[in-house]
Ligand binder design. Sequence first.
Ligand code: SF4
Length: 205
Amino acid sequence: MTDPGVLPVVETFHSLQGEGHHSGRSAFFIRLAGCNVGCPWCDTKHSWPEDRHPEHTITALAELAGQACGAGAAFTVITGGEPLQHPLGPLTAALRTHTQRPVHLETSGVDPLSGQIDWVTLSPKRHRPPRPELLAACHELKVVVFEPDDLPFAEAMAAGVSAGRELLLQPGWDSERGQQLAVEHVRRHPQWRLSLQTHKWLGVR
Ligand code: SF4
């Protein structure tokens, strides 16, 4: 992406945050295109190729966010894809100007942090561990659980986050094994909470 004033966008929508600490709250989502992390179970593989999605100007995105916040969105979520593949400074500055609401970010943490972010959700991947500075900066750690090896990975990640941050285990969608493992781990380790993809259960975006 050479023009700093545009970003490739998969979709924008106003819905409820379905996962994590802010689950159930009204939010405006900006899903940026581009990801090279390559999770086999990714549910947004269509977001991977940047060049298959239209470029939007940052001003237009911020105006959409402003309209959504005027209609009830409590914050904007920048997601992907892997949004930190793009420098987020211009977008987060424009969002602040147009919404006067917090800006949230969902990331795997493999790229450098950029932009002024109020809430960082870090969802680290075993095959591409995050940068230590992303672990230290995150406000909530959300580890997706499919198999037993995901649990020691979750504990290793938790050791790197700042004190008092939210620790979340989220069963992989449609994974009975993941549900059993996550529920049992949370039952035995009270520092963790279960995170469910409530938007998928409800059948909303
Ligand atoms: S980091 Fe996210 S968008 Fe990228 S492959 Fe993994 S789950 Fe999919």
